[in-house]
Design a protein around this ligand. Structure first.
Ligand SMILES: Nc1ncnc2c1ncn2[C@@H]1O[C@H](COP(=O)(O)OP(=O)(O)O)[C@@H](O)[C@H]1O
Ligand SMILES: [Mg+2]
Length: 403
């Protein structure tokens, strides 16, 4: 954080309820220019609600309390900028005044509120806000206000350098990895020159190594642009790495506030490690012995997706498979559930007293025990246009009456 930074954001007793359930309770803090505030908390603790309230999303208007942005305002052109006493307007060169924008106290179309909102950028966990059919650089162009082509290209390249994406400039966005997509989203958001960057679990679904490339890009962007950031995570490591100061939210309240290393450690000890349960495990139910799955691809030749893996899983056991993207986790899961037969070795699942070989294709080309196995995929397999109840009943093959 730069020396001589000014107070930029004031949260003053922000509270919010949904259907009588209070999800934010008297949240108060201040954030200075160039500062990164980390919000850590369990799922459902209120992190996203606070982020959406700071962004000004209609549903998230606080019931009480205020969100104040303290900015330099140019009365002649309306531009808002970081608070800096006596600075000239960066757009028209006229004088500016520091004003306190009571974000939710103003009408939606109030010019000050509109000007402030335009300078807040947001990045979310999994809605990769990209044009899938366009290249990386075209995606950045779409977010830029520059008119001349020369200026556009020069600036887009600069932004791609900032997020370490120049090696993918002409790549089609759809084919990028998760980390590359998030870095492209970051470049697009930076093109809008935000004063405040809200990052809601920006690396929540990425593996640690990929997440690290996004964390590095975020740190670099904050350092190079001087913008202020509020970042949320349920991952102590990310909060420790990214933020200058951290707040631990629990049930919508500030449970602790302080140095990121202290808060992250406390959260890790009290919440992350506390989750272990003592259970009595039973007899083996899954036996994987020397299992291999090779694919043959014209481009890549023999792909050894799973190569000689052996383990046993017992009843009531929670067995974790960890590995980088492409390490074979999904293929192995598909082999156990009988969707993908093994090329070598044994993949056995016990149903009652029978050991079923999951590579022997049963009806409809699936292993015979597949019907007893539930699978939850990485991408949500829900019917988006149906209700939760309909989603549940479709799975059971149950039909409900019209009402
Ligand atoms: N739009 C909404 N309508 C009703 N309840 C909501 C809405 N958004 C969030 N909530 C509720 O607010 C609480 C906090 O949620 P959230 O901020 O998403 O938690 P976190 O981001 O920390 O996981 C949860 O109980 C959640 O169900
Ligand atoms: Mg959230």
């Amino acid at each position: 954080m730069a020396q001589g930074s000014e107070v930029f954001i004031i949260l003053d007793k922000v509270s919010k309820s949904f259907n009588g359930n209070q999800v934010l309770k008297d949240i108060s803090t201040t954030v200075r220019t160039g500062e990164v505030l980390g919000l850590i908390g369990k799922s459902g603790s209120g992190k996203s609600v606070l982020i959406h309230a700071m962004r000004g999303n209609e549903e998230y208007k606080p019931d009480s309390g205020r969100i104040i942005y303290r900015v330099n305002h140019c009365e002649s052109c309306g531009w808002v900028d970081m608070p800096s006493p006596g600075a000239k307007c960066s757009q028209c060169g006229k004088g500016t005044k520091i004003v306190e924008i009571d974000f939710w106290g103003l009408k939606e179309r109030d010019p000050l509120r509109v000007a402030m909102r335009a300078r807040i950028a947001i990045m979310l966990q999994r809605t990769f806000a990209l044009y899938g059919d366009l290249s990386v650089i075209e995606n950045v162009f779409e977010a830029m206000k520059e008119k001349s082509d020369d200026k556009k290209v020069a600036r887009a390249i600069k932004l791609l350098e900032m997020v370490n994406m120049t090696y993918r400039t002409m790549h089609i966005a759809r084919d990028l990895s998760g980390g590359e997509k998030q870095r492209t989203v970051l470049a697009r958001q930076l093109a809008r020159e935000p004063l405040l960057f809200l990052a809601d679990e920006p690396t929540g679904t990425l593996d640690p190594e990929t997440a690290d490339t996004v964390h590095k890009a975020l740190i670099k962007a904050v350092e190079e642009t001087g913008m202020t950031m509020v970042v949320t995570s349920h991952w102590p490591k990310a909060i420790e790495l990214l933020s200058h100061r951290a707040i631990w939210l629990e049930d919508g309240k500030i449970k602790a506030e302080g140095a990121p290393c202290d808060i992250a450690k406390e959260f890790d000890v009290k919440v992350v490690r506390d989750k272990k349960m003592d259970v009595q495990v039973g007899q083996p139910v899954i036996r994987v012995d020397g299992a291999k799955k090779y694919f043959y691809s014209i481009v890549r030749g023999v792909v050894r997706a799973v190569d000689d893996v052996s383990f046993e899983v017992n009843e009531k056991e929670i067995f974790g498979l960890i590995g980088l993207s492409g390490a074979g986790k999904t293929t192995l899961s598909r082999m156990i559930s009988g969707i993908t037969p093994a090329t070598h070795g044994d993949v056995l699942v016990r149903i009652g007293d029978d050991w079923v070989n999951m590579s022997d294709m049963g009806e409809e080309g699936r292993g015979r025990a597949t019907q007893y196995i539930g699978i939850m995929h990485q991408e949500n397999a829900l019917y988006p246009f149906n209700t939760v109840l309909q989603n549940l009943t479709i799975c059971l093959g149950m039909k409900l009456p019209q009402e």
